[in-house]
Design a binder for this molecule. Structure first.
Ligand code: AMP
Length: 415
């Protein structure tokens, strides 16, 4: 079933969206991309005569109520974006009455799903090593099913439009689908678009295929780095990871971010790239700072020779040139993670060089996909989002999809 085939007239639709928007300290939304991303699906259902029950997570409240992460804070913004009033259910496990009373054209926003440990289905307050953990996990999985069933009971039809969480088997992203017939569950427009973008890359890879992986740590990206080596021709590793690789090769990295327990892993990655014929591209120089702030003193150093008291915070000029040349010669490009501490204006040059080269390659016919919160923030900061082929709302989900993994949120609907 697709969202265009279904007749929502007189029906209540429960829609999982990703309204995990960044808020400032006063609870104001600093980037509403995710709300705007869900609008086509939400509008379609309303315009078609349906009623909406919107559910999402926000932040990581870890199964506990925490006002800092309340979706009540964004109710007015959602209402403004949709152009209709929005009711808010402060307790999503007890929203039955409000859902029952919904009339066509009306909208109900549920509280943050992750205030309930059942959403993620992981036992809380018990260590994995604890002998009672398995039993607690089993019990929580049962509670997760009950929670999903309760949510499902509010509506006639389920729509999943939250690509960012599609790689998780949570109550609202996957388990809930078990309580709807095949013709009463479907992907939203955003999801369909994301799936198509990934298909576009995987079904017909135009070579050379270059992946640029940045960000802070090797440890969180190792899975995808290893998997990408079977697919790409060039693999650019940048950002904070640079210094773990430099140290592993005998470099002095000063106070740079460095995972000392991952030095062997870095060498293994280098060996594996060689074995597979992948051109692994690492930074050679960096912009080092003498403090972790925008206004610190800076100097350009070799990544192999950073003085004590200094830390590598961005790619240096020689590195930028190497990265840009590699990217410009590519026909398929995937970018995840910045090349430096791009949040500080004085350390954006590395990420900017990558973004500019991607834009140029795209103009010359390459397919470019940018994904993951920080790279998206980066491309938005540069005002270049419209000049790449596709900007994904998914980080982890996008990478798992590119790895060829089946995403539980999609499998729950498509089988
Ligand atoms: P991740 O969440 O792993 O994708 O990392 C994103 C973060 O990595 C951003 O907040 C960047 O500021 C940070 N980052 C990138 N390069 C560096 C670096 N050289 N040192 C410290 N942090 C970095």
């Amino acid at each position: 079933m697709t969202i265009d085939q279904f007749d929502f007239n007189g029906k209540k639709a429960i829609v999982r969206v990703d309204f995990n928007v960044p808020l400032d300290e006063n609870g104001n939304i600093t980037d509403d991309t995710r709300i705007r991303g869900a609008l086509p699906t939400l509008r379609k259902i309303l315009d078609n005569g349906g009623a909406l029950i919107i559910m999402s997570h926000m932040g990581k409240p870890k199964g506990k109520v925490n006002p800092k992460f309340s979706l009540g804070q964004i109710k007015d913004a959602v209402s403004k974006a949709l152009g209709v009033p929005v009711e808010f259910a402060p307790d999503c496990a007890k929203a039955a009455e409000m859902a029952e009373a919904l009339k066509p054209g009306q909208v109900l926003l549920l509280e943050n799903l992750r205030f309930y440990p059942e959403e993620e289905g992981k036992p809380v307050g018990i260590d994995k090593e604890d002998p009672a953990y398995d039993a607690a996990k089993k019990e929580m999985k049962e509670r997760q099913k009950e929670f999903a069933k309760t949510l499902a009971g509010y509506a006639d039809v389920y729509v999943n439009d939250a690509f960012g969480t599609a790689h998780r088997r949570h109550a609202s992203t996957a388990v809930i689908a078990d309580y709807f017939d095949a013709d009463h569950k479907m992907l939203g427009y955003l999801m369909e678009k994301e799936v198509k973008a990934v298909d576009n890359i995987l079904s017909d890879i135009k070579r050379p295929f270059t992946a640029i992986m940045g960000g802070s740590k090797v440890s969180t990206k190792i899975g995808i780095i290893e998997n990408l080596m079977d697919k790409v021709d060039n693999l650019i590793l940048c950002g904070g990871m640079t210094y773990t690789f430099a140290k592993a090769q005998g470099g002095k990295v000063g106070d740079s971010l460095c995972e000392n327990d991952k030095l062997q892993l870095a060498l293994d990655i280098m060996a594996k790239a060689k074995e597979k014929g992948v051109n692994l591209v690492l930074g050679v120089d960096c912009v080092a700072g003498d403090a972790f702030n925008n206004d610190c003193n800076t100097q350009i150093c070799s990544v192999m020779d950073i003085p004590e008291g200094w830390e590598g915070m961005d790619a240096g000029p020689e590195t930028r040139k190497i990265f840009a040349d590699t990217i410009r010669g590519s026909k398929t490009i995937l970018w995840n993670g910045p090349a430096g501490v791009f949040e500080f204006d004085n350390f954006t040059a590395g990420s900017r060089a990558i973004a500019d080269a991607i834009v140029e390659a795209t103009k010359n016919g390459a397919f470019s996909l940018v994904g993951g919160g920080d790279s998206v923030a980066c491309i938005n900061k540069f005002g270049l989002a419209d000049e790449v082929s596709y900007v994904s709302t998914g980080g982890g989900a996008l990478l798992e999809a590119i790895e060829g993994k089946v995403l539980p949120g999609i499998a729950a609907i498509k089988g």
